[in-house]
Design a protein around this ligand. Structure first.
Ligand SMILES: O=C(O)CCC(=O)C(=O)O
Ligand SMILES: [Fe+2]
Length: 317
C-alpha cells in the first residue's frame, strides 16, 4: 500500500507502518487532588500535571465532577446527528473554514471519518437537529469549559506563573472554542485503517470524550501508544498554543464497534496575539515564534491541521 505517496513523503507513514499501538502508561491526573483544599495534595497534582505536559503532551483526567449523564448524553446525540439523512447534514457542507458549523465526510485516501465542527464559545452554535442536541451540548460545553480553565490554572502554576496567567493573557472569557465531533466506522465496516492522519492540534488544550476506547494513539518516544479510557475519563491533549509539548496523535479505525468522539478545542480569543511569554524570553533567550493572532493562525491552518504538519513551522523564527 503506497501510503508514502499520500503524505508526500512524510516519514509519518511508511509501507512498513504498523497501525497497532502499544499499551503504554499515559499519565493519569486525579482531578479531585487538583481542586483539593489540602495545599500539599494540590501541589502534588500540579507537579504531576506539569511533568505529564513535558513528557507526554497529554494526560487523562479522572475523578472530575462532571456527572456521567452529562458526558453520555452528547455522545448519544452525536450518533443521532450522524444518522440523519445525508441531505440534512449537507446544509453544513461548506468549504469556508470560517463557517461556524461545518460537516464533512472523508472516505478517500485511506481515511474513514465523518465529522461536524461547531464553534461554541464565545457564541454557541449547534446543528438544529436532532431535537435536544443544542441544549445537551450547551450543558456539556459549560461544564467541560470550566474543567478546562481549572486545568489551565494548574498548568500556569506548574510553569511557575500566576494561577490565572493563561486565563488572563489568552482572554479566555471570550476564548474561541470549537468542537470537532468525529464518527468512525467499526473495523469490520471500513475499507480504511485511518481515521485521522498523524497531526498536532491548534488551541491551548483539547478535552476529548468518546463512547468507546480504541483508535486514538499518541506518539511517545518513537512509539504509538493506545489511549485507553474508561467511559467517564477525559483525555486532555496539550496543543500548539501552549507549545509545552504538542502531542502528535492519530486515529486508527480499529474498533469492533462504531466510535464517536467529541473533542473540545479550548482556545484564546480570536484577536489575542499569541507569542512566547516574556517570562520565557528573558535572560537572553530569544523568542522561537512570531506573535500572531489566534484567528490568523486558524486561517493559515484551514481551521485545523494539514496532513500531519504543525502550523508552528510557519511561524517559527
Ligand atoms: O477522534 C479522536 O480520537 C481524536 C480526534 C482528533 O485528534 C481531532 O479531532 O483533532
Ligand atoms: Fe487532533
Amino acid at each position: 500500500m503506497a501510503t508514502q505517496l499520500l503524505t508526500n513523503g512524510s516519514p509519518l507513514y511508511t509501507t512498513k507502518d504498523s497501525f497497532s499501538g502499544e499499551d503504554g502508561a499515559i499519565p493519569v491526573l486525579d482531578y479531585s487532588k487538583l481542586v483539593s483544599s489540602d495545599p500539599s495534595l494540590r501541589s502534588l497534582a500540579v507537579h504531576d500535571m506539569g511533568r505529564a505536559c513535558i513528557d507526554y503532551g497529554c494526560f487523562i483526567v479522572t475523578n472530575h465532577a462532571i456527572p456521567d449523564t452529562v458526558i453520555k448524553r452528547p455522545i448519544d446525540k452525536l450518533f443521532e446527528f450522524f444518522d440523519l439523512p445525508e441531505d440534512e447534514k449537507r446544509k453544513y457542507d461548506h468549504k469556508d473554514p470560517t463557517d461556524l458549523i461545518r460537516w464533512g465526510k472523508g472516505n478517500l485516501n485511506h481515511v474513514s471519518r465523518e465529522f461536524v465542527k461547531m464553534a461554541v464559545h464565545p457564541t454557541f452554535h449547534c446543528a438544529s437537529s436532532p431535537p435536544g442536541f443544542s441544549e445537551i451540548l450547551q450543558e456539556y460545553t459549560h461544564k467541560v469549559r470550566e474543567l478546562g480553565i481549572e486545568l489551565l490554572g494548574g498548568i500556569s502554576t506548574a510553569l511557575g506563573l500566576e494561577r490565572d496567567y493563561i486565563e488572563k493573557k489568552m482572554n479566555l472569557k471570550s476564548g474561541y472554542d470549537f468542537f470537532t465531533a468525529n464518527d468512525y466506522p467499526s473495523r469490520q465496516h471500513s475499507e480504511n485503517r485511518i481515521g485521522q492522519f498523524a497531526h498536532i492540534d491548534p488551541s491551548l488544550i483539547i478535552l476529548i470524550i468518546q463512547n468507546v476506547s480504541g483508535g486514538l494513539q499518541v506518539e511517545h518516544n518513537g512509539k504509538w501508544l493506545n489511549v485507553n479510557l474508561k467511559p467517564d475519563w477525559i483525555f486532555v491533549n496539550v496543543a500548539d498554543h501552549l507549545e509545552y509539548k504538542s502531542a502528535l496523535h492519530r486515529v486508527v479505525v480499529n474498533n469492533e464497534v462504531r466510535r464517536a468522539t467529541l473533542p473540545l478545542f479550548l482556545g484564546p480569543s480570536l484577536d489575542t496575539v499569541v507569542s512566547p511569554a516574556p517570562e520565557f524570553t528573558d535572560n537572553g533567550r530569544s523568542p522561537a515564534y512570531l506573535g500572531i493572532t489566534y484567528k490568523q493562525y486558524l486561517e493559515y491552518n484551514n481551521f485545523h491541521v494539514i496532513d500531519g504538519k504543525s502550523c508552528l513551522n510557519q511561524i517559527r523564527l
